[in-house]
Design a protein around this ligand. Structure first.
Ligand code: HEC
Ligand code: HEC
Length: 337
């Protein structure tokens, strides 16, 4: 009887939570990242062959309608796996209304996008392909475009057992590749691991403020510096038609103007900042926090004026600089023809 209960319970668990699949092929995680929080769905175990295919597709502009935009166009390794524009440019130079977030450590995100509208990287990856202001294609169009490229066939066979190209396989391969885009072993991680010389004195003071007087760790907490949930800081709320963020997904009043707390890893590499790219520098971000965010009806109660001195602000920025991972930008691969 007891075993039956346990079996039933584990079936329940399996069907309701993201699964940690066979770990044999997991990439080595850099210092500071939490193996237990690394999310791999059961129906898409990581294999080196899928990662290799996913990397090619990630850099392949032929996925977009007019062949000009790849995932890397807006999430480029040399730009902190994001881009340097306030809001990204898609096909025909069309702009969306949101800033491109980094792909770094998205393997640890419980939900994807600023408003959390995708639950997995697989689900996320198909979004931009069909988004009219991003890649502007149809999913059938993407399948057909990739299926006629002879050079891809061996890669699909190696990854999935046969040469058939489907949007599901494309998404699985890209997601597997994204799960290998990781950042850790920063000065902060080495500090936490006991290296007392890793952080400068200013960064140490900044860390103390980050966790104390400045309140940052109330939301930017854990090994990836995010609580994974949504808050209204008031960013963009004074626009005539503000982006209501999480509210568009939940229709819950308190979610108006709330966006997902982003990781702060490699934050020096991904300016400009916030969901609308409205803050050009970390100094501007700090001014926003120091005054307690932008007043509006849905402002998160955690947002309060901080009364930080200029020295304290510069110490916090020094701490944020210590969150740079020790990775090097990846070279773009040669694509199949
Ligand atoms: C035209 C620019 C553009 C292109 C092309 C693009 N993205 Fe994005 N990406 C964005 C923007 C902007 C967002 C945020 C949108 C939102 O939150 O509503 C985003 C969000 C994401 C996220 C969520 C990250 C997080 O922390 O929530 C991931 C992952 C991602 N993109 C991966 C990809 C992949 C994979 C591709 C290729 C299939 C791709 N992107 C193509 C601009 C782009
Ligand atoms: C109430 C929760 C909360 C607190 C407190 C908080 N943050 Fe944030 N942080 C967020 C959210 C949510 C965003 C994205 C908001 C948006 O785009 O509208 C964000 C965005 C940022 C960004 C821009 C990230 C990017 O990729 O664009 C930086 C930098 C940042 N926070 C640093 C800090 C620092 C430093 C502190 C302390 C002074 C702090 N945060 C306090 C929730 C918080």
């Amino acid at each position: 009887m007891l075993t039956r209960v346990i079996v039933l319970l584990s079936v329940f668990f399996v069907s309701t939570s993201p699964i940690l699949a066979a770990e044999a092929n997991y990439p080595a995680l850099p210092l500071g990242l939490d193996r237990d929080a690394y999310l791999v769905p059961e129906d898409n175990p990581i294999t080196p062959e899928k990662v290799e295919l996913g990397k090619l597709l990630y850099f392949d502009k032929r996925i977009s309608m007019d062949g000009t935009i790849s995932c890397a166009s807006c999430h480029h390794p040399s730009k902190g796996w994001a881009d340097d524009k306030p809001t990204s440019l898609g096909v025909d130079g069309k702009t969306g209304n949101r800033n491109s977030p980094t792909v770094i450590n998205t393997a640890f995100n419980y939900v994807q996008f600023w408003d959390g509208r995708a639950s997995s990287l697989e689900e996320q990856a198909v979004g931009p392909m069909a988004n009219p202001v991003e890649m502007a294609h149809t999913l059938e169009g993407v399948e057909q475009r990739i299926a006629v490229i002879e050079g891809y066939k061996p890669y699909f066979k190696a990854a999935f057992g046969d040469e058939t190209v489907t949007i599901d396989r494309i998404a699985k391969a890209i997601a597997s590749f994204e799960r290998t885009v990781l950042s850790g072993n920063s000065k902060w991680d080495r500090h936490l691991a006991g290296d007392t010389a890793a952080l400068s004195d200013a960064a140490k003071r900044g860390l103390e403020l980050f966790e104390g007087k400045a309140n940052c760790a109330q939301c930017h907490n854990g090994f990836n510096l995010t609580d994974g949930v949504f808050h209204n800081l008031g960013v963009g709320m004074n626009k005539p038609e503000p982006d209501l963020g999480r509210y568009e997904q939940t229709r819950v009043e308190k979610d108006k103007g709330a966006f997902k707390t982003p990781t702060l890893r490699d934050i020096t590499r991904t300016a400009p900042y916030m969901h609308d790219g409205s803050q050009k520098t970390l100094e501007e971000v700090m001014d926003l926090y120091n005054k307690g965010g932008e007043p509006n009806a849905w402002l998160d109660p955690k947002m309060v004026p901080l009364n930080l001195t200029p020295e304290e602000i510069s110490d916090i920025i020094e701490f944020m600089k210590s969150l740079e991972g020790d990775w090097r930008p990846m070279e773009e691969p040669r694509l199949p023809e």
